[in-house]
Design a protein around this ligand. Structure first.
Ligand SMILES: *[C@@H]1O[C@H](CO)[C@@H](O)[C@H](O)[C@H]1NC(C)=O
Ligand SMILES: *[C@@H]1O[C@H](CO)[C@@H](O)[C@H](O)[C@H]1NC(C)=O
Length: 238
């Protein structure tokens, strides 16, 4: 689990432009490098902010515990829900691009990473019958002496805990993610991210809420090409 908000003494490094580095979490490398022996999170093998050995704990289903965080406090996640949870974990731990969205105050955290609406809706659907006791998975736990997480509240199905995919994406991990208005300039933690990342990183005006329509258009065009190519190769990404 992304355990960032807990780092109370997070040094506020005056943004020394570490966009090419990694986040500063307890498992992160200083800089991304290839990890050919990844067990999971292979989307990031070519350039990874996690060591291959980190992914061992994600390699066996059901995943019980990642670092100090138990994933099964309200029972085992279903396979499909677990897969989405893994994709989020992999992005946070391993993506060489996560630091582009580094949290201004917590250097081990991300802020407002744009997720695709369809990704959030699919994720919600996959998890709706699974249960959780935390609305905000960063904050809503009782931590014991060894830093392990315990439920503070009762377990409830996701479909009761979160109103919909948007609510889940934008609140489950605190400020980490937002749902994008674009269907292209957004991440879904699969190979299509390569297209989105190219256009998201080329964005010059950082905080412009509405991306230029030409960037959107260019992204859509490239995504179509990418999808056609993938179909030819006969291997979908989902
Ligand atoms: C994982 O591998 C890295 C580099 O090979 C090493 O520094 C680290 O101690 C390893 N971690 C564990 C938990 O084995
Ligand atoms: C999702 O839930 C939020 C919070 O309850 C609500 O404001 C929003 O309108 C909902 N969105 C959709 C598409 O139903």
């Amino acid at each position: 689990m992304l355990r960032f908000a807990i780092t109370l003494f997070a040094v506020i490094t005056s943004s020394t432009c570490q966009k090419n580095g990694c986040l500063e979490g307890d498992t992160h490398k200083a800089n991304p490098s290839p990890e050919p022996d990844m067990h999971e999170c292979t989307l990031y093998s070519e350039s990874s902010c996690c060591y291959a050995n980190f992914t061992e704990q994600l390699a066996h289903s059901p995943v019980i515990k990642v670092s100090n965080s138990y994933w099964n406090r309200c029972g085992q996640l279903s396979k499909s829900c677990e897969d989405f949870t893994k994709r989020i974990e992999c992005f946070y731990r391993c993506s060489p691009h996560a630091a582009h969205w580094i949290h201004p105050k917590h250097t081990d955290a991300i802020q407002s990473v744009p997720l695709c609406q369809s990704f959030c809706d699919d994720w919600y659907e996959a998890c709706q019958d699974d249960s959780t006791c935390a609305y905000n998975w960063l904050m809503d736990w009782e931590q014991d002496g060894s830093g392990e997480n315990h439920c503070k509240r009762e377990c409830r199905p996701y479909r009761e805990m979160y109103a919909n995919g948007t609510d889940m994406c934008q609140n489950m991990w605190g400020e980490s993610f937002k749902v994008s208005e674009s269907s292209c300039l957004c991440l879904q933690m699969n190979k299509k991210d390569m297209v989105a990342i190219k256009h998201l990183l080329s964005e010059s005006s950082e905080e412009s809420s509405s991306m230029s329509s030409s960037e959107e258009h260019a992204c859509q065009k490239r995504l179509l090409k990418f999808e056609a190519l993938q179909q030819e190769e006969g291997k979908g990404t989902r």
